[in-house]
Design a protein around this ligand. Structure first.
Ligand code: ZN
Length: 214
Protein backbone atom coordinates (compact mmCIF):
# COMPACT_ATOMS: atom_id res chain seq x y z
CA UNK A 1 0.00 0.00 0.00
CA UNK A 2 1.04 3.58 -0.59
CA UNK A 3 3.05 4.59 2.52
CA UNK A 4 1.35 7.94 2.92
CA UNK A 5 -2.12 6.43 2.65
CA UNK A 6 -1.20 3.66 5.07
CA UNK A 7 -0.08 6.16 7.71
CA UNK A 8 -3.11 8.35 7.11
CA UNK A 9 -5.40 5.34 7.66
CA UNK A 10 -3.67 4.72 10.99
CA UNK A 11 -4.02 8.35 12.12
CA UNK A 12 -7.72 8.41 11.24
CA UNK A 13 -8.25 5.85 14.02
CA UNK A 14 -7.05 8.41 16.62
CA UNK A 15 -9.77 10.10 18.67
CA UNK A 16 -11.02 13.38 17.17
CA UNK A 17 -8.75 13.07 14.10
CA UNK A 18 -10.52 13.41 10.77
CA UNK A 19 -9.16 12.48 7.40
CA UNK A 20 -7.79 15.96 6.61
CA UNK A 21 -5.80 16.21 9.84
CA UNK A 22 -4.61 12.63 9.38
CA UNK A 23 -3.24 13.65 5.98
CA UNK A 24 -1.47 16.65 7.52
CA UNK A 25 0.17 14.41 10.12
CA UNK A 26 1.40 12.02 7.43
CA UNK A 27 2.92 14.85 5.39
CA UNK A 28 4.39 16.41 8.53
CA UNK A 29 6.25 13.17 9.20
CA UNK A 30 7.36 12.94 5.57
CA UNK A 31 9.17 16.25 5.95
CA UNK A 32 10.34 15.75 9.54
CA UNK A 33 13.96 14.82 10.29
CA UNK A 34 14.91 11.16 10.63
CA UNK A 35 15.78 11.86 14.29
CA UNK A 36 12.31 13.18 15.01
CA UNK A 37 10.65 10.17 13.43
CA UNK A 38 12.98 7.78 15.28
CA UNK A 39 12.18 9.54 18.58
CA UNK A 40 8.47 9.19 17.90
CA UNK A 41 8.74 5.47 17.10
CA UNK A 42 10.84 4.94 20.25
CA UNK A 43 8.40 6.86 22.46
CA UNK A 44 5.48 4.79 21.15
CA UNK A 45 7.34 1.53 21.74
CA UNK A 46 8.30 2.59 25.27
CA UNK A 47 4.70 3.48 25.99
CA UNK A 48 3.57 -0.01 25.04
CA UNK A 49 6.43 -1.75 26.85
CA UNK A 50 6.61 0.27 30.06
CA UNK A 51 3.13 1.45 30.92
CA UNK A 52 0.94 -1.00 32.83
CA UNK A 53 -2.60 -0.71 34.13
CA UNK A 54 -3.04 -0.40 37.90
CA UNK A 55 -4.25 -3.63 39.50
CA UNK A 56 -6.92 -1.76 41.41
CA UNK A 57 -8.15 1.22 39.40
CA UNK A 58 -6.81 0.57 35.85
CA UNK A 59 -4.97 3.89 35.84
CA UNK A 60 -2.02 3.56 33.42
CA UNK A 61 1.29 3.92 35.25
CA UNK A 62 4.91 2.89 35.02
CA UNK A 63 5.69 0.38 37.75
CA UNK A 64 7.90 1.98 40.41
CA UNK A 65 9.85 0.75 43.39
CA UNK A 66 8.19 1.34 46.69
CA UNK A 67 11.43 1.92 48.54
CA UNK A 68 14.96 3.00 47.73
CA UNK A 69 18.29 1.95 49.19
CA UNK A 70 20.28 4.43 51.27
CA UNK A 71 22.43 5.25 48.25
CA UNK A 72 19.29 6.45 46.57
CA UNK A 73 19.28 3.62 44.08
CA UNK A 74 16.05 1.75 43.67
CA UNK A 75 16.11 -1.76 45.12
CA UNK A 76 16.05 -4.04 42.12
CA UNK A 77 12.91 -6.03 41.65
CA UNK A 78 12.00 -5.84 45.32
CA UNK A 79 9.12 -3.78 46.55
CA UNK A 80 7.72 -3.20 43.10
CA UNK A 81 4.03 -2.57 43.21
CA UNK A 82 1.36 -3.24 40.64
CA UNK A 83 -0.60 -0.29 41.99
CA UNK A 84 -0.46 3.21 40.57
CA UNK A 85 0.84 6.18 42.59
CA UNK A 86 -2.67 7.15 43.66
CA UNK A 87 -3.70 3.72 44.96
CA UNK A 88 -0.31 3.24 46.62
CA UNK A 89 -0.38 6.62 48.38
CA UNK A 90 -1.12 6.07 52.07
CA UNK A 91 -2.41 9.62 52.46
CA UNK A 92 -5.35 9.05 50.10
CA UNK A 93 -8.77 8.52 51.66
CA UNK A 94 -9.48 4.81 51.09
CA UNK A 95 -13.16 5.24 51.97
CA UNK A 96 -13.93 7.30 48.89
CA UNK A 97 -14.20 5.87 45.40
CA UNK A 98 -14.77 7.94 42.27
CA UNK A 99 -15.90 6.11 39.14
CA UNK A 100 -14.82 7.73 35.87
CA UNK A 101 -15.14 6.76 32.24
CA UNK A 102 -11.54 7.15 31.14
CA UNK A 103 -8.00 8.13 32.10
CA UNK A 104 -8.32 11.74 30.93
CA UNK A 105 -11.30 12.25 33.28
CA UNK A 106 -9.19 11.01 36.18
CA UNK A 107 -6.48 13.50 35.22
CA UNK A 108 -8.99 16.38 35.04
CA UNK A 109 -10.27 15.56 38.53
CA UNK A 110 -6.73 15.16 39.88
CA UNK A 111 -5.85 18.58 38.48
CA UNK A 112 -8.46 20.21 40.69
CA UNK A 113 -6.48 18.88 43.71
CA UNK A 114 -9.76 18.74 45.66
CA UNK A 115 -10.44 15.03 45.61
CA UNK A 116 -8.30 12.82 47.82
CA UNK A 117 -9.97 9.42 47.46
CA UNK A 118 -9.44 6.53 45.07
CA UNK A 119 -10.64 6.06 41.50
CA UNK A 120 -11.96 3.34 39.27
CA UNK A 121 -11.73 3.66 35.48
CA UNK A 122 -14.76 2.05 33.88
CA UNK A 123 -13.18 1.93 30.43
CA UNK A 124 -16.02 3.49 28.43
CA UNK A 125 -19.74 4.15 28.37
CA UNK A 126 -22.76 2.50 26.85
CA UNK A 127 -23.16 3.44 23.20
CA UNK A 128 -25.91 2.96 20.66
CA UNK A 129 -24.11 -0.13 19.42
CA UNK A 130 -23.03 -1.50 22.78
CA UNK A 131 -25.93 -1.25 25.19
CA UNK A 132 -25.26 -4.27 27.40
CA UNK A 133 -22.20 -2.87 29.15
CA UNK A 134 -20.10 -5.87 28.13
CA UNK A 135 -17.31 -3.46 27.17
CA UNK A 136 -17.24 -1.95 30.67
CA UNK A 137 -15.39 -3.12 33.78
CA UNK A 138 -18.57 -3.72 35.79
CA UNK A 139 -17.52 -7.08 37.25
CA UNK A 140 -14.11 -5.69 38.22
CA UNK A 141 -15.85 -2.75 39.87
CA UNK A 142 -18.08 -5.04 41.92
CA UNK A 143 -15.06 -7.08 42.92
CA UNK A 144 -13.18 -3.97 44.16
CA UNK A 145 -16.18 -2.86 46.20
CA UNK A 146 -16.63 -6.27 47.82
CA UNK A 147 -13.01 -6.21 48.95
CA UNK A 148 -12.98 -2.64 50.29
CA UNK A 149 -14.95 -0.61 52.76
CA UNK A 150 -16.05 2.54 51.00
CA UNK A 151 -18.29 5.03 52.73
CA UNK A 152 -19.06 6.95 49.55
CA UNK A 153 -18.97 6.05 45.88
CA UNK A 154 -19.07 8.97 43.48
CA UNK A 155 -20.31 8.30 39.97
CA UNK A 156 -18.50 10.92 37.89
CA UNK A 157 -19.44 10.03 34.34
CA UNK A 158 -19.80 12.60 31.59
CA UNK A 159 -23.10 14.51 31.45
CA UNK A 160 -23.79 13.12 27.96
CA UNK A 161 -26.73 10.81 27.11
CA UNK A 162 -24.27 7.88 27.00
CA UNK A 163 -22.78 8.91 30.35
CA UNK A 164 -26.20 9.17 31.92
CA UNK A 165 -27.41 5.75 30.80
CA UNK A 166 -24.10 4.29 31.95
CA UNK A 167 -24.58 5.92 35.37
CA UNK A 168 -27.91 4.11 35.68
CA UNK A 169 -26.26 0.80 34.81
CA UNK A 170 -23.41 1.40 37.27
CA UNK A 171 -25.77 2.38 40.05
CA UNK A 172 -27.81 -0.78 39.50
CA UNK A 173 -24.62 -2.86 39.61
CA UNK A 174 -23.49 -1.16 42.83
CA UNK A 175 -26.79 -1.96 44.49
CA UNK A 176 -26.34 -5.63 43.63
CA UNK A 177 -23.14 -5.83 45.65
CA UNK A 178 -23.59 -6.95 49.20
CA UNK A 179 -20.82 -5.56 51.31
CA UNK A 180 -20.19 -5.41 55.06
CA UNK A 181 -20.28 -1.61 55.09
CA UNK A 182 -23.04 0.59 53.78
CA UNK A 183 -21.90 3.18 51.31
CA UNK A 184 -23.77 6.07 49.82
CA UNK A 185 -23.85 6.70 46.10
CA UNK A 186 -23.42 10.27 44.90
CA UNK A 187 -23.35 12.03 41.54
CA UNK A 188 -21.57 15.20 40.47
CA UNK A 189 -23.71 18.31 40.86
CA UNK A 190 -25.42 19.87 37.88
CA UNK A 191 -23.53 22.74 36.36
CA UNK A 192 -21.23 20.83 34.09
CA UNK A 193 -22.07 21.82 30.52
CA UNK A 194 -24.86 19.55 29.29
CA UNK A 195 -23.56 17.14 26.68
CA UNK A 196 -20.04 18.24 27.57
CA UNK A 197 -17.24 16.11 28.86
CA UNK A 198 -15.38 16.30 32.15
CA UNK A 199 -12.06 16.64 30.42
CA UNK A 200 -13.16 19.90 28.78
CA UNK A 201 -14.78 21.41 31.87
CA UNK A 202 -12.77 24.19 33.44
CA UNK A 203 -11.22 23.54 36.82
CA UNK A 204 -13.59 25.78 38.76
CA UNK A 205 -16.72 24.17 37.28
CA UNK A 206 -15.37 20.71 38.02
CA UNK A 207 -14.45 21.69 41.57
CA UNK A 208 -17.93 23.00 42.32
CA UNK A 209 -19.55 19.95 40.67
CA UNK A 210 -17.52 17.86 43.12
CA UNK A 211 -18.28 19.98 46.13
CA UNK A 212 -22.00 20.01 45.37
CA UNK A 213 -22.28 16.27 44.73
CA UNK A 214 -25.33 14.53 46.09
ZN1 ZN B 1 -4.62 2.75 40.87
Amino acid sequence: MDSIKKLKDLFVKFPTIGSRTAGRFAFYLLHASKQEVDDLVKAMQELKNNVKLCAFCFNPHEPFNTHSTSSGQAAQGKGETNLCHICFDASRNKELLCIVEKETDLLSIENTKQYKGLYFILGGTLTLRKTDGANLRIEELKDRIKKSSFSEIIIALNPTPEGKSTSVLVERALKEVIVPTIFKITHLAQGLPVGGELEYADQETLESAFEGRK
